[in-house]
Unconditional design. Structure first.
Length: 308
């Protein structure tokens, strides 16, 4: 049993390491251009949201992009409403990885790993960065499969099974677990994928998995809060908007978890896919609801946290 527990921990560490390597490679490819893209493409709320979603899909970190938005606002490069639009888009872009990694991608993962290793050893900066991205992607997928495998034997453990069932049957506790885990590992993607792996092995219910994924969206706000400490008020307003968006969204969804899970059950048979779909639907709905009222939402945040 301890062997499987250690394997689970190592799988999570490998996943986080792969995520970091992929981010490093893709960020390196866009080095010096990401900030310029954001400055040019956030002139309107719609463009800001689309830019935030696209940039997050590339970086695979809504927390990182939100921190970048806070930094740009703090530097006076973009306005608070523009930074808010980027945050709205980042929430949508963060749902790409759970959807992608729940597919059967073995046909491209191993070739990507081999190609990535070859490119890293070319010692050419651009090709090396691309290689890092490919290696990181392969490591993420392989570690996720290893996580699923290592979790299966733990189902035989009474204490583990009872503990997870206890959390899965109590949405508020599952929300708190998702929030805490996401804040610790600084990755809502990692937390959501762990919930998907647990549900795939039947260790938690779909409702519990969805609650953990929703809680993860709140926990990842910690990055933007930390990034805003000691900055000018507009940058702090971006962080507050990020927190309000996710917290209010989760609060609105808590009473609807059961019917929401039933709707997601109609979208797929696989429990893991249902959780991935729920995570996408939650973030997409929250963004779509606020989208027409981006400027009004910005005004609300400015009243809650005045500039002076």
């Amino acid at each position: 049993m301890w062997t499987h527990a250690i394997a689970t921990i190592l799988s999570i560490v490998a996943f986080l390491g792969g995520l970091r390597v992929m981010r490093s490679g893709l960020t390196g490819l866009a080095e010096g251009t990401l900030t310029k893209w954001l400055q040019r493409l956030v002139a309107t709320p719609s463009r800001g949201i689309l830019t935030g979603a696209f940039a997050t899909a590339i970086l695979q970190s809504s927390a990182a992009l939100t921190a970048i938005a806070v930094g740009l606002v703090a530097a006076g490069s973009i306005t608070f409403p523009s930074g808010l639009a980027v945050v709205l888009g980042a929430n949508v872009g963060s749902t790409i990885t759970p959807q992608l990694l729940n597919l059967n991608l073995w046909g491209i993962v191993l070739p990507a790993l081999i190609a990535g290793i070859i490119l890293v050893y070319t010692r050419k900066p651009k090709l090396g960065r691309l290689g890092e991205g490919l290696v990181g992607f392969a490591c993420i997928f392989i570690s996720l499969q290893a996580l699923k495998t290592s979790l299966e034997p733990l189902a035989a453990s009474n204490w583990f099974h009872v503990a997870l069932l206890h959390a899965g049957a109590r949405p508020l506790l599952a929300l708190a677990i998702g929030c805490g885990l996401s804040a610790i590992v600084q990755s809502s993607t990692a937390t959501t994928l762990i919930a998907m792996a647990l549900a795939a092995d039947g260790l938690i219910s779909v409702v519990g998995g969805i609650a953990i994924a929703l809680g993860a969206n709140v926990g990842t706000c910690l990055t933007s809060v930390i990034a805003a400490i000691g900055t000018i008020r507009p940058a702090q307003q971006v962080a507050l908007a990020h927190v309000l968006l996710n917290v209010l969204g989760v609060v609105a969804f808590v009473p609807l978890l059961q019917p929401f899970a039933h709707v997601m059950a109609m979208t797929a048979e696989d429990p893991a896919q249902q959780i991935a779909n729920a995570n996408t639907a939650f973030n997409l709905l929250c963004t779509l609801i606020v989208w027409p009222f981006t400027r009004q939402f910005a005004s609300l945040v400015e009243r809650l946290l005045p500039a002076h």
